[in-house]
Write a protein that binds this ligand. Structure first.
Ligand code: NAD
Length: 483
């Protein structure tokens, strides 16, 4: 089995590793030390032209390839991912700064996603339609768009590569993937494994580069037929404006400010560790992170105390120490999170634990302490804006009505988690909350296969995750026949 190796200062276009046309390079930095560990090519607009042209050339052949054969190649890809879990996990962990165990979990998730869409490739069907009389036939075809541009952020690059590339390819599209300039290694490595799996040249192309430069060149490219974007709400708006210019459909998965709503009748021994994990996993740098804790007043004192104890016990260190939490991804993210930690008390919040840089960062690296604030003003920045760090904002409520109002008091609509022993209350709130996803007595979607990764309002609109993604990456054609 050949070792997984990403050649320095290169990108993957038309099945070949090449340098950027102008030999531009991007450093890839270990967030635990601030040191450069590798380079990749920095793609310019000429490289974007090359990648889109390669994807265009590959499209007719790939779309005409039988769905079963596309599924077979995806299955081979997933097997190769399974054979390289440790190497991929190291790349993901080192690049983002997450503990090795977290990198491993992400790679297993990515592998599962590719396997899922391997099985979905030949299940995509249209429908036959009822007709007024028997001498007519009406039916629909699900057709790929053509060249899909996929732009992803740095926080879970392996998972987001799989979640967007696999359904796009399964449905017969070709792809130009632009990972984040901050963490491109796992996406490149996954693409190399796709190459080894036997995908024809040009079906999957990957180039890295700065968003406002390479990303903008890709989203405004006339050769792109569909844009799938995962990232911040601000960039999502820019992507939509670019898509409007060429009238290209766009799928957006954006930021969040997800509430954990904790009622006094919940099993606190289960809920509290999960709530702490929801904001410290990946150092809080997850779109669905449980960044707001809404707690019923009668148990608020006890809950805040127990959450603080667990936050103090979080073991912090670099990726290879494989503890509970790593650093933030880079200096920009570090400064941003410290800004929230500094402004929160001025906005009336009470600091319970944490609140600043962590000692582990003294030798370099972007470590911050898991931080807990209570009495957070619902109008404050800490309550309303996505921090994207291990910072938890606590607010108290009394009764179901107020809990619902507070859950919905956000511009985002990604995930809401309801913790209660009363099943009727949980189901009622699940119906009334304005959120693309709801989980009850657990954080997020563990245990459900193909859970749709839905979003509402400022969190975007997407039917990613699960079988719905096959429709997201296809357009429907309606056919009417007089027999
Ligand atoms: P970002 O918006 O800064 O960048 C995301 C990607 O867009 C990167 O590849 C970047 O290079 C590119 N980009 C930036 N400007 C661009 C432009 N003008 N045109 C084209 N591309 C451009 O986000 P980030 O800081 O990398 O990631 C963090 C954000 O991602 C958070 O808001 C988080 O909530 C969100 N996120 C959402 C999901 C989800 O599924 N909803 C999942 C993970 C992360």
């Amino acid at each position: 089995m050949a070792e997984l190796f990403i050649p320095p200062a290169q990108q993957l276009i038309d099945g070949e590793w090449t340098a950027a046309r102008d030999s531009g390079e991007l450093p890839v930095v270990d967030p635990a030390t601030g040191r450069t560990i590798q380079t990749v090519a920095r793609a310019g607009s000429g490289d974007v032209d090359d990648a889109v042209a390669a994807a265009r050339r590959a499209f007719p052949g790939w779309a005409a390839t039988s769905a079963s054969e596309r599924g077979r190649l995806l299955r081979r890809w997933s097997e190769l991912i399974g054979e390289h879990v440790e190497e991929l996990a190291r790349l993901e962990a080192r690049d983002v700064g997450k503990p090795l165990s977290g990198g491993r979990t992400n790679v297993f998730i990515a592998q599962g996603i590719v396997e899922y869409f391997a099985g979905a490739a030949d299940k995509l069907t249209g429908v036959t339609l009822p007709t007024r009389t028997p001498d007519y036939l009406g039916y629909t075809l699900q057709e790929p768009y053509g060249v899909c541009a996929v732009i992803i952020p740095w926080n879970v690059p392996a998972v987001l590569t799989a979640a967007n590339v696999a359904p796009a390819l399964a449905a017969g599209n070709t792809v130009v993937l632009k990972p984040s300039e901050v963490a491109p290694l796992a996406p490149f490595a996954l693409a190399e494994l796709a190459r080894r799996a036997g995908f024809p040249p040009g079906v999957l192309n990957v180039l890295a580069g700065i968003g406002a430069d390479t990303g903008a060149a890709l989203t405004s490219h006339p050769g792109v037929d569909h844009i799938s974007f995962v990232g911040s709400t601000t960039t999502g708006r820019a992507i939509m404006r670019a898509a409007a210019e060429n009238l290209v459909p766009v799928k957006l998965e954006l930021g969040g400010k997800s509430p954990n709503v904790l009622f006094a009748d919940a099993d606190l021994d289960v809920a509290i560790p999960a709530i702490v994990g929801s904001i410290t996993e990946n150092a809080g740098q997850n779109c669905y992170a449980g960044s707001r804790l809404l707690v019923e007043s009668s148990v608020a004192g006890e809950v805040v105390e127990r959450v603080a104890e667990l936050m103090k016990a979080v073991r912090i260190g670099p990726w290879d120490a494989d503890l509970d939490m790593g650093p933030l991804v880079n200096e920009a993210q570090y400064r941003r999170v410290l800004g929230f930690l500094e402004s929160a008390p001025a906005e009336g919040a009470r600091l319970v634990t944490g609140g600043g840089p962590a000692a582990e960062g003294e030798g370099g690296g972007w470590f911050v302490e898991p931080s807990l604030f209570d009495g957070v003003d619902p109008r404050s920045r800490l309550s309303r804006q996505e921090v994207f760090g291990p910072v938890l904002a606590v607010q108290e409520f009394s009764g179901d009505r107020q809990a619902l109002e507070m859950m919905n008091d956000t511009d985002f609509g990604l995930l809401a988690c309801i913790w209660t022993g009363d099943v009727s209350r949980a189901l009622r709130l699940a119906q009334e909350v304005r959120s693309g996803q709801v989980s009850v007595n657990q954080f997020a979607d563990a245990g459900v296969i193909g859970f749709p990764f839905n979003m509402q309002r400022d969190s975007g609109f997407s039917r990613g995750g699960g079988y719905a993604a096959m429709r997201e990456y296809t357009q429907e054609k309606a056919v009417a026949v007089r027999l």
